[in-house]
Each structure stands twice: as structure tokens, then as C-alpha cells.
Design a protein around this ligand. Structure first.
Ligand SMILES: C[S@@+](CC[C@H](N)C(=O)[O-])C[C@H]1O[C@@H](n2cnc3c(N)ncnc32)[C@H](O)[C@@H]1O
Length: 214
């Protein structure tokens, strides 16, 4: 979904930071070899994630939904030298691909991969985080919020991707097999109403929400 006319969108991208060479390679290889490459954050959103991470300068980062590692590498750019990035994905087939690119980056030793269902793994992570990126199965976004909120430092940031779901969050009737849209509607309401966070929805790409823990 494009919120801006295509030419203005191109202008925005052209006047934002270039995509680093390693991420260009990762993106190319994802499109050549991996199913559903559109899940990857990509150039513009990646530069935004990097910028937010640099502004927050987190010690520890948690990512739910690694896929091929693109967003993890963007978020790692703002991480403190003694920090760690834990990233979780249920698809074990992606592990070696992710590791290859993490090792090619300067952050390989700081990125810890976890394979499995995020709802099983999060309770086992004994760490506090300054930045958390939620980008996995939409049905569980509200469950992820409850699982992570007590692992987020006060002032810490939750970034949630795909919160506008191609505009489908405006719908009031859903196809029988569409469990994602009602889940995202519930999640957006939760972030707006929960007194533990303050929240702003950014109409960028498929919708990116920034929530700050109070
Ligand atoms: C949209 S992709 C992540 C994209 C990545 N963050 C990026 O921007 O490049 C979503 C990922 O979530 C993973 N996933 C789905 N359900 C999950 C679950 N229950 N626990 C952990 N990961 C899950 C999928 O395997 C998929 O790789």
C-alpha cells in the first residue's frame, strides 16, 4: 500500500540515507532464494529503524521475527558496544542464512539467534531491553505486548510493524480465514489505551507504531 503518490515516495527515498552494501546483498539473496521476500523491511524502513535505534542508543535490543536478518542488522547499528541483540524466529531453515550475514557485519558477536515460538522463548530471556521490534505473526501481537512489557526499561521503545495491514484495519467485516486483521485492530486499540505506554502510529510503509514505556 502506498500512502504517498509514487513520485513523492521516490523523492522521499532518494533524499534519505543510501542502503548499505551488505544490506543490498542480503536483500538480493533473499529475493533470489527465500520464500515471501516482501516480508523483509527493505531500504527505506531499514534506514528508519537504524535512525530510531541510533536515537535510542539501546544497550539491549529484542526482535520478534528475524526472517533473513535485515531489520536485525539495521537495529544493531544503534546498539551500544557492550549491548546484545536477541532475535527470535520460528523458522529454523533461516538460521544459517541469518548467521552468514550477521558474521559479515561488525555485529556478529553481539547478535544472538533464538529458534522457536517467540511466546515460549521470551519468558526465558533474563534481560531488560531498551528497544523491542515486534514483526512476527500478527495474531500474537497483543500476546507479545504482555510478554515483553515487563522486560522493557522505563523510557524504552516498542516498534510494531504492519499495524495498518494495507488499510484493512478500517474494515468491520472480515473473511473467515482472516485472523490477522481483527488481531491488529485489537492490538492498535491496546497500545492506544494501555496506561503503561504512550503511542504514535506512523503511516510509513505498512504502518509502524512507536510506543514508549512510561
Ligand atoms: C515479517 S517477517 C520478519 C521480517 C524481518 N523483521 C525484517 O524486517 O527483515 C516475520 C517472521 O516472523 C516469523 N514468525 C512467525 N510466527 C512466529 C512465532 N510464533 N515466533 C517467532 N517467529 C515467528 C516468521 O518465520 C517470519 O520469518
Amino acid at each position: 500500500m502506498h500512502f504517498l503518490p509514487e513520485d513523492l515516495d521516490e523523492y522521499v527515498v532518494a533524499h534519505s540515507e543510501d542502503e548499505p552494501e551488505l544490506l543490498q546483498q542480503l536483500s538480493r539473496e533473499t529475493y533470489q532464494k527465500i520464500l515471501q521476500p516482501r516480508m523483509l523491511s527493505g531500504h527505506y524502513q531499514g534506514r528508519l529503524l537504524s535512525m530510531i535505534s541510533k536515537l535510542v542508543n539501546p544497550k539491549n535490543i529484542l526482535e520478534i521475527g528475524t526472517y533473513t536478518g535485515y531489520s536485525a542488522l539495521c537495529l544493531a547499528e544503534g546498539m551500544q558496544k557492550n549491548g546484545e541483540l536477541d532475535t527470535i524466529d520460528i523458522n529454523e531453515e533461516l538460521f544459517d542464512f541469518q548467521r552468514k550475514y550477521f558474521e559479515k557485519s561488525e555485529f556478529g558477536h553481539q547478535i544472538l539467534q533464538h529458534v522457536g515460538d517467540a511466546l515460549d522463548i521470551i519468558p526465558k530471556l533474563n534481560k531488560m531491553y531498551d528497544l523491542i521490534f515486534v514483526d512476527a505473526d500478527k495474531e500474537n501481537y497483543s500476546n507479545y505486548f504482555e510478554a515483553i512489557i515487563n522486560k522493557l526499561n522505563v523510557g524504552g521503545i516498542i516498534l510494531s510493524d504492519n499495524v495498518l495491514w494495507s488499510g484493512k484495519v478500517l474494515e468491520t467485516k472480515f473473511k473467515k480465514d482472516d485472523t490477522s486483521t481483527p488481531a491488529l485492530i485489537e492490538y492498535n486499540k491496546l497500545l492506544k489505551e494501555d496506561p503503561r505506554v504512550e503511542t504514535v502510529v506512523l503511516p510509513i510503509r505498512d504502518g509502524l507504531t512507536i510506543s514508549r514505556k512510561l
